[in-house]
Design a protein around this ligand. Structure first.
Ligand code: ATP
Length: 197
């Protein structure tokens, strides 16, 4: 079973690529962002650990995590940010390992790990191949702003805090250029499916 890591910055088109791979090639997708969200939902032991470390103030009355409050705490303390990342990265990794075992048992030919922070978190080291999706900066800005309903400047500010497409490209086995239309994107994906799956 091939483990393919799929990464890219804000508005690059990762979700569009994942959706195509799932719908047209039937590949199993492991969505790291979704896992990151799920592990901090009520009833999950990761949320209990976060409460133990950061205090019950970050839990709302309805039992859900005050994500904004927690973001504020870790924004102002590098040490607390590291502690939070240690807790969450470990839990995400465990869930990914569980899903990989499941895919292996189901004889999946390949599985896609869709992770914006694939390289930053070291997850690429468990992948056989890394695909990086990129597009011209202003194209990404416009697409992300339109999708999220926020200003282009806010998207640019977020982009400035992320790894650049150029840096990602250095660690990738394949670059998917999503500056063009969706048909052009899909043709590149088809070529990669032929080559790797
Ligand atoms: P993020 O990491 O910010 O969630 P992403 O990398 O998953 O983003 P997508 O959500 O796939 O990116 O794409 C961003 C937006 O751009 C979406 O609204 C998507 O439909 C649109 N989009 C993606 N590729 C193209 C394309 N080739 N042509 C036109 N629109 C596109």
């Amino acid at each position: 079973m091939k483990i393919i890591g799929l990464t890219g910055g804000i508005g690059s088109g990762k979700s569009t690529v994942s959706a195509y791979l799932s719908e047209n090639a039937g590949l199993m997708i492991i969505d790291a962002d979704r896992i990151a969200h799920e592990i901090t939902e009520p009833g999950n032991e990761t949320l209990v650990k976060i409460e133990e470390v950061f205090g019950s103030d970050i839990i709302r009355d309805d039992g859900t995590l005050d994500r904004r409050g927690l973001a504020g705490i870790v924004f102002s303390s590098e040490e607390k940010k590291t502690i939070l990342e240690e807790i969450t990265h470990k839990a995400i990794r465990e869930e990914i390992d569980r899903l990989l075992k499941k895919a292996f048992a189901a004889n999946e030919p390949a599985v896609i790990i869709d992770a914006p922070l694939l390289l930053e978190s070291g997850l690429h080291t468990i992948c056989d191949i890394v695909w990086a999706v990129g597009a011209e900066k202003e194209v990404r800005v416009k697409r992300a702003a339109a999708r999220d309903g926020i200003t282009e400047d806010e998207i640019r500010a977020r982009m400035a805090r992320q790894m650049s497409d150029e840096e990602r490209a250095q660690h990738a086995d394949e670059i998917i250029d999503n500056s063009g239309d969706k048909e052009t994107l899909y043709r590149q994906i088809e070529r990669l499916i032929q080559k790797y799956v």
